[in-house]
Every structure is written in structure tokens, then in C-alpha cells.
Ligand binder design. Structure first.
Ligand code: ADP
Ligand code: MG
Length: 397
């Protein structure tokens, strides 16, 4: 097993239509530890696939170095990198059974010609011969047995062992994707690269396959870089998450740290569903002015925000950190309800702040007799306020 290290990795595409160059990846520094499950997340077009393709060797960087373990692999062809990649589309061999799809990569990585091998059952027949078998046949039996065992154990792990004799066209989408995952895993590579492998599956299968991938990765301990634009996958799968936007790393952190201390407004908005609420606030002597209404702060927060007195900042608060309060509570702000979503276990509200164009999303646990048009007083939990610079969006507090 090896880790992966990217040093100042840059990819610039020429764009003849726009008559210039597009920097898709901008001096990316990133270390994936040996055996780590690292999730790379970001909006469509931010350079995620490009990053994986560079590591796999399917494309060449404009600048920078890619290390796998302790060797730089720039310039090495994909085959020599010992990296397995799984794509969004399944890309199985249509003319091979599931068994042979799984065994294919294994045979190739053992540098054998699959066609010269005898099928396993023949071994039993031949071994009844009184004369010893020729050396070359014994060798191919041993190899085929090793392949057979590996294919079976991978198939059992992924619960596709009852499908081994089917062809890809006889499989559902979820089954195909598990075969594609199995084929990558069977090779036992140094590194797995997975590019949105679950995005073609329906919600239920996605959840199931998600936990299978996590379990398999833990069992095999192979360094994994997993790309997704789905923040639920990002939060639940990785040891750490890298948030990428416009070719630059925004933050690298453990899932909860990312959720609780986002480094900037982009990360704050991208991670979490519904996303964090924002409102421009002015820092006053007693606390904040939020959409024309005063909101007191703790004395600790007042001290921390003292350098920003009279300045305007972004206040961020997550939907679950806004609670119902009463009209005479000075720590509440008045809002008007514009949408109620009753989910049973929780109630989702979209509310409009007075004098502010931005709507907020609120998640209240349980059921509440709230209707569209109601005026409510909401209490933002002071322990969960986030502050960002109005222009740069960088986290201040
Ligand atoms: P993601 O996987 O995050 O959605 P990609 O890595 O596929 O994003 O693409 C990042 C950007 O690079 C996109 O704007 C895309 O149009 C551009 N791009 C990708 N491949 C090429 C290419 N071969 N030539 C020019 N531009 C490309
Ligand atoms: Mg992509």
C-alpha cells in the first residue's frame, strides 16, 4: 500500500473557442495518507475528474509532481502506476461473464494470457492421471486457483457471488457497478481512484453500495481517493474531505470539523443540507444588528468581535441551530413563514427576514402547527454562529 502526494499540481487547458487558457487545477498540494479514505468534493466542473485522471496517468499535468509512495509517477503510463480507477459509467466487458470481468484485471496484473489457462474443473480431472503433470500446467493451475479464490472472495464481499455466470446485459445498474468496483478491487492495486461511482444508482442502492464501499476499503486498507459532488457521500464516507472549487483547495478537514468550522463561505454553503443561512449583519456595541433588529451576543463573542465594531460581516447559521422563541425574548428575530414542509420527524420552514432579501431555512424537530404567512420569533443559538468576511468570505469567528 502507498500514499499519494501531489505537489503544486497544475492543469491548464487551451480553450480555442474562448481564445485563451483555462486553469482547471491551480497549484494543488495534497497528501493522501497510506490506507486513508479521502473524499474529494466540489461542484460540477471544479476539476475533480481532471485531478483523478492526472493521478491515473490518463492525462498529463501542466506542472507539478505526483508521488505514489516514494516514487514520482509523472511520465509513467497508466499501467505502470498500479492504480485502479472506477468511473461513473460501468465500462464492463460486454462479452465476458461477471466472473471473467472480475478475473480479467487480475490475470493481466499477473501478466498472464487468460486464454492460455485451463478452466479450473479440468485440474481435478487431470490430477487423476497417474503420471505427474508438466510443470507449465501445474503452474497455470496454481495461478488459476489463486485467481479463482480471489474472484470468489471479492464477489462474496460485494454480494455478487450468485451472478458470476451472467453477462453484463443481464445485470441491473447497481449490480453492474458492484462488478466494476469488484474488478478494480480484485487487482489489489496500491491506490483506488473512484469518480462518482454511485451517481447512476437510485437512492436506496446508493446508500447500500456506499456502506459496502466503506467496509471494503476498511477491510482491504487500500489508499482511496473518492470523488463525489454529493455532500452526504462526502460526510459519511471519508476519513477526511477535500473541498475543491474553481481549481483550488478550499479546505481539507475531517467531516465534522468541516461542518462545524468551515474555512470560508463557500465551504459553509456547500456542506450541509439545507445549506447554512446567511445574513449581512453590523457589529454594534451590544451585539449585532440583524435585518434592522438588535440581537445580543455573549460577552465572549462581543470581545471577539470588538475589532469589527461598526463593520458589516456575513453571519452564518445552520437550519438546525435556529429555534422557536417568543415575542418578548430579546434574543429572537421576527420572521414571516413562506413555506412549511412537514416530514413527520421534523418540520422544515422557509422564512423571510424583515428588511432583508435573503430567505432562511429552519429545521425544527418534531411537528409544529405552523402555517404559511405566520409571523414567528426565532432564536439563533449563540453557540453556533459563524462569521465571515463580507468580501473575501474567509471565516473570522
Ligand atoms: P468535474 O469532474 O469537477 O465536474 P472536470 O475535471 O471534468 O470537472 O472539468 C473541469 C473543467 O475542465 C471543466 O470546465 C471542463 O470543461 C474542463 N475540461 C476538462 N477536460 C478538458 C479538455 N480535454 N479540454 C478542455 N477543457 C477541459
Ligand atoms: Mg467529473
Amino acid at each position: 500500500m502507498s500514499g499519494v502526494r501531489l505537489e503544486q499540481l497544475t492543469k491548464i487547458y487551451r480553450d480555442p473557442q474562448r481564445g485563451g487558457e483555462v486553469t482547471v487545477l491551480d497549484r494543488i498540494d495534497l497528501t493522501v495518507a497510506e490506507g486513508e479514505f479521502l473524499v474529494l468534493v466540489g461542484p460540477s466542473g471544479c476539476g475533480k475528474s481532471t485531478l483523478l485522471r492526472l493521478i491515473a496517468g490518463l492525462d498529463q499535468p501542466t506542472q507539478g509532481t505526483i508521488w505514489v509512495g516514494d516514487r514520482p509517477v509523472n511520465g509513467l503510463p497508466p499501467k505502470a502506476r498500479d492504480i485502479a480507477m472506477v468511473f461513473q459509467s460501468y465500462a464492463l466487458y460486454p462479452h465476458l461473464t461477471v466472473y471473467d470481468n472480475l478475473a480479467f484485471g487480475l490475470r493481466r496484473s499477473l501478466q498472464m494470457k487468460g486464454s492460455s489457462l485451463l478452466p479450473a474443473p479440468l485440474e481435478a480431472t487431470l490430477s487423476r492421471w497417474t503420471r505427474p503433470l508438466p510443470k507449465s500446467l501445474q503452474l497455470s493451475f496454481a495461478r488459476e486457483r489463486a485467481i479463482h479464490q480471489r474472484v470468489l472472495s471479492i464477489a462474496q464481499m460485494l454480494q455478487i457471488d450468485s451472478l458470476l455466470w451472467r453477462y453484463p446485459k443481464q445485470l441491473s445498474g447497481g449490480q453492474k457497478q458492484r462488478v466494476a468496483l469488484g474488478r478494480a478491487m480484485a487487482r489489489n492495486p496500491q491506490v483506488f481512484l473512484m469518480d462518482e461511482p454511485l451517481s447512476n444508482l437510485d437512492a436506496k442502492l446508493r446508500t447500500e453500495t456506499r456502506s459496502q464501499i466503506v467496509q471494503l476499503q476498511q477491510q482491504l486498507g487500500v489508499t482511496t481517493l473518492y470523488v463525489t459532488h454529493d455532500q452526504t457521500e462526502a460526510m459519511t464516507m471519508g476519513d477526511r474531505i477535500v473541498v475543491l472549487n474553481q481549481g483550488k483547495i478550499q479546505q481539507i478537514a475531517a467531516p465534522l470539523e468541516l461542518y462545524e468550522r468551515p474555512a470560508n463561505r463557500f465551504v459553509a454553503e456547500f456542506i450541509g443540507s439545507p445549506p447554512m443561512n446567511f445574513v449581512a449583519v453590523t457589529v454594534t456595541a451590544a451585539g449585532l444588528e440583524v435585518a434592522g433588529q438588535p440581537l445580543p451576543l455573549t460577552s465572549q463573542q462581543q470581545t471577539q468581535l470588538a475589532p469589527y465594531r461598526n463593520q458589516t460581516l456575513w453571519l452564518g447559521i445552520r437550519p438546525e441551530h435556529v429555534h422557536l422563541g417568543s415575542a418578548n425574548d430579546p434574543t429572537t428575530i421576527a420572521v414571516t413563514v413562506i413555506l412549511v414542509e412537514t416530514l413527520g420527524h421534523e418540520t422544515g420552514l422557509t422564512v423571510q427576514l424583515a428588511h432583508d432579501p435573503l430567505a432562511w431555512r429552519v429545521r425544527l424537530s418534531g411537528q409544529h402547527p405552523i402555517r404559511r404567512g405566520d409571523r414567528l420569533h426565532l432564536h439563533p443559538d449563540p453557540a453556533h454562529l459563524h462569521f465571515f468576511d463580507l468580501e473575501s468570505g474567509q471565516r473570522l469567528l
